[in-house]
Structure formats: C-alpha cells, structure tokens
Design a binder for this molecule. Structure first.
Ligand code: PLP
Length: 388
C-alpha cells in the first residue's frame, strides 16, 4: 500500500475528462460514439499561428525563456487588454502560463491557505473547488437559481459570505450556464468585494464567445476594481489552441510578485515556441474568431431547440460560451441517470450537471463546439432514447 496526501485521496478526478476517457474507451472497443463532453473548439488553429510557432522552433527558440513569458507576448497581451478590455496594465503585470488553468491554480495558491475561504458560484467550472482544496483553503458556495437565469444579486450572495472569505471567483461568459454577466451584476460583485476586502479572480476564457446583444465586460474596469482583480484569459477557446497550453493572468504588481514565485517554482515558464504562436494570434487577423462564433451561434440554436423539443427537457438558449445546459428533471431522471443512459444507449457523451455543483443535479451539459452533422446526429440519437 502507498501513502497519499489526504487532500488528493478525497478529491474526484475531473468529471469532464472522465467523460472523454469513457468515450475514448468505447471507441477503442469499436463503438461509434459522439462526444459532446469536452470543451474544445472544433476548428483547427489558424495556419499563420502554427507557422509562427514552427518558425520560432526552427530558429532555435527551444530553450527556457523568461519565467513570466517572452516580452513580445506580454507586450501584445498588455495592448490587447488595454484596447479590447479597457484594462491598463504594464507587461510586468502579466504572467504567461501553460493554459488559463495554470493561471487560476497559481493565483489561488498564492492568495489563500488554511483558514481562508474562496467564494464561488454554483453551478461553476469543475476545477475551482479542487484547486482551492489543494491550497488548503475552505469554500463558500453561492447557489444560483436556474429559474431566475442564474442571476447574481446582493441578496443571493450575502447569506453565503463567510468571515474568512478572501477571494471571489467570477466566470463570465460562464461554463456551464452560458450566462454573460451584466454590468449591474458585476457592480454588485464589485461593491461586495470592496466592502469585504476580497480579491476577485475573473475567469474570462470565453470572452470572445458571446451571442445576440450580450457583451463581455471585464470587472477590472469597474471603479475601484483594478487594484483588487486578477484577470485570467487564454488562447484555448478564442484561437482554437487548447493543445498549446497557453493562458495568462494580469494583476496589480504586488499580486504578480507573489504569483510569480509559485509559477517559477512549478512550471518555470510556458513553452517557448508556443509563445511565438500566441504573439501571431494576437497580432494577426482576428476574422477567424467571427467565423467560429457564427458557426457556434447557429449550432446553439440547433441544439437548444432540438433538446427542448424532447418531452421533459428544457434547454434555454445560452448567452455565451459553447455549452447547452439542459434541465432534464421532466424526464423523471437525474442528470447522472440521463448522462449514463445517453452514453450506454445513445452512444452520446454528455457531462452530468452535478459535476458543476449540487444545484445542477437535474441538468446535463452538452458542448456544441462540434460540427452541425455531429450535433444533428446526436440530437437524433438523444431523441430516440429519451423519446420525442
Ligand atoms: N476556465 C474555464 C471556465 C474553462 O472552461 C476552462 C477550460 O475548459 C479553463 C478555464 C481553462 O482553459 P485552458 O487551461 O485550456 O486555458
């Protein structure tokens, strides 16, 4: 027998990765499985980005680089944050990380430990809680109401704040709900953060993926928030670069100084030649993003109307990101039961809602970052198994 740390034995493996593992295993057995589990854009990384990385590699940019990231990339990120988001930071206030995930993890490890609490909304992304647990900190969960479109108000937040709350995480556009927070909602968060002296971690990884009239707003631009916000973003979703593992955080200098220690002792630096690809992503043509978002806009309508046509299933039109989050309570089954039925009988991989928090036990999440054909075939199979 082996000895393991209590913080890891009590932890569940990532439920979204568990779905893709199951899909892969079934495929290896020869089954035809459609995978709506993951969060990976179904587009190739644009060629000019790949070329810039390949050229960097051919030039010999294959060694360690500055821990915080190569200067041209941090300069390009600072320009992007200023021009697109209205966030004014110096390149020295940016750390380039292997994915937004690593930025979030290093930030949480730097900010909290035993005796501190991290405030997070429920439903929320699967990794905030395990990251907080690894840091040894506690969790204050704020359940949001699907019947009220997961709206954030002072009344919703305040009863769940704990005396030891130090950090609050917002994620807009949201995974899994697709919610894009309004200015009013962000103002509520900003006011509470200032009253309670909280640092806000703003996970803006789906920033570019918004539909209809919805608009992404960075909370760091609200009055009084620049000095207490860590803005996290990355290249995975906007530039179809999930496998490149590139993200970043931007924060006030004193926060960067502490996060930089965690980053340098754990990852050293993000991959050198990949960073040159990221410079090309930010400085090259951006029209590619519109093409992707147009496709996802069409697929979001397809999937939510297809699902809502099934008796007992209700799927609102997502405001942003690329997930349909459907309430399946009308089927008489839980999200877990429906997800199991769909993989076993329909050979469609979806994520059970409780992966995102207890409040979503009656939901399933389906990624529509997949071709129209895969979505249409998935809907046919789901309708056949759940009944029209
Ligand atoms: N934040 C959210 C809400 C996500 O859904 C993801 C990826 O699925 C990430 C962060 C991390 O993405 P990456 O590490 O690929 O940048």
């Amino acid at each position: 027998t082996y000895h393991f740390a209590a913080r890891v034995t009590s932890m569940q493996p990532s439920p979204t990765i568990a779905v893709s593992d199951r899909v892969r295993a079934l495929r290896q057995e020869g089954h035809d499985v459609l995978d709506l589990g993951g969060g990976d854009p179904d587009f190739a990384t644009p060629e000019h980005i790949c070329r810039a990385a390949a050229e960097a590699m051919a030039r010999g940019e294959t060694h360690y680089v500055a821990s915080a990231g190569i200067l041209p990339l941090r300069q390009a990120i600072a320009r992007k944050l200023r021009d697109e988001n209205g966030i004014d930071v110096d390149p020295s206030q940016i750390i380039v990380t292997p994915g937004g995930k690593s930025a979030l993890f290093s930030a949480i490890l730097a900010l909290v430990g035993p005796g501190d609490d991290v405030v997070m909304f429920d439903p929320g992304w699967v990794s905030y809680e395990p990251m907080t647990t690894i840091a040894g900190a506690g969790i204050a969960r704020i359940p949001l109401d699907p019947a009220d479109n997961y709206r954030i108000t002072r009344e919703v937040i305040e009863p769940h704040l704990t005396p030891n709350a130090r950090v609050l995480i917002v994620n807009s556009p949201n995974n899994p709900t697709g919610r894009v927070l309004t200015r009013e909602e962000l103002e509520v968060v900003a006011a509470i953060a200032q009253e309670r002296d909280l640092i806000v971690i703003s996970d803006e990884i789906y920033e570019k993926i918004v539909y209809d009239h919805h608009q992404h707003i960075s909370i760091a631009t609200l009055p009084g928030m620049a000095e207490r916000t860590i803005t996290v973003n990355g290249f995975s979703k906007a530039y179809a670069m999930t496998g490149w593992r590139l993200g970043y955080l931007a924060a006030p200098a004193p926060i960067i100084k502490q996060v930089a220690k965690i980053h340098s002792h754990s990852v050293t630096c993000a991959t050198s030649f990949a960073q040159y690809g990221a410079v090309a992503a930010l400085e090259g043509p951006q029209g590619f993003i519109d093409t992707m978002v147009e496709a996802w806009d069409r697929r979001r309508r397809l999937i939510s109307s297809g699902l809502s046509a099934i008796k007992g299933v209700h799927c609102p039109l997502p405001e942003g990101a690329f997930y349909a989050f459907a309430d399946v309570s009308g089927t008489g089954m839980t999200g877990q039961e429906v997800a199991r039925l769909l993989i076993d009988e329909a050979r469609v991989g979806v994520t059970p809602g409780d992966a995102f928090g207890e409040v979503s036990a009656n939901h399933i999440r389906l990624s529509f970052a997949n071709s129209d054909d895969i979505i249409e075939r998935s809907l046919e199979r789901i309708t056949r198994v759940l009944g029209g």
